[in-house]
Design a protein around this ligand. Sequence first.
Ligand code: CP
Length: 307
Amino acid sequence: MKHLVSIRDLSRQDALSLLSSAQELSQVNERSIKKLPTLRGRTVVNLFYENSTRTRISFEIAAKRLSADVINVSADSSSVTKGESLKDTAQTLEALGADCIVLRHPTSGAAHQLANFGWINSSVINAGDGTHEHPTQALLDALTIQQKLGEDLSEMKVLIVGDIRHSRVARSNAILLGMLGARVEFAGPDSLVPIELKNLAASISNDFDVSIANKPDVVMMLRVQRERMLENFKDSQREYINQWSLSRERLQKLAKRTLIMHPGPINRGLEISPEAAEDPRSVILQQVKNGLAVRMAVLHRLLSEEQ
Ligand code: CP
């Protein structure tokens, strides 16, 4: 495997093997010396055209834990601001020694272009492209569910709630969790659950309370992505909170073992209440932690000489 652009690049076996490798590598992160020599001499470039806290930092730490050299390039402090294209930027980074480019970009399909248009020979990892996919997020979410509820995800009920339309996390999760046998339900207002995504979920709900009554094993709340909305969201914010927020009242209706997930960053008081974010059933920080192990596993798989 040379690139990770989409969850569809992975077979079920590939996905299970990455999850198992991430589980092993998570032990390294508990040691006093958190370092392996595996990628010594390799160079990983994080090329980010959109802001990020979790993904960029965890890719940086993951590469360093595997002894790779890491360079962080933020588009807004690079020659991208002078009009340099993605192709020219990537070729420049490769000329400077990049073996792998981790790309976050606002355009859906940007990572696919970089990996498959013959512009560069480096490996490409999609760290989120527009509203399309965020494959390492889905892997870290699956790892978190496995750790908390058991390795076998078959027949597990996963409810993904909110702004599905703009969510690359929802797409990657629906594909991966479906591949692993889980039953994914999308829940959200009609305007935020586009018809073309309906084939990715086992079912669609337009009533959060009914979905909660069906006792999901996991409730994954999504960030309302106001920056990608064409219309002003402010006018409908109160209604959104009434119908789609994981409020204190809805929290009380969740089963004891139900996991509360959110990819972050969270809008406290909008899609999720502070009480839900901090509830003992919330695994939001475990998701962040698993991002490190999953990104170590992916970098190892793509760049290690052993592969
Ligand atoms: N979940 C996620 O991608 O977060 P960041 O935007 O902070 O990387």
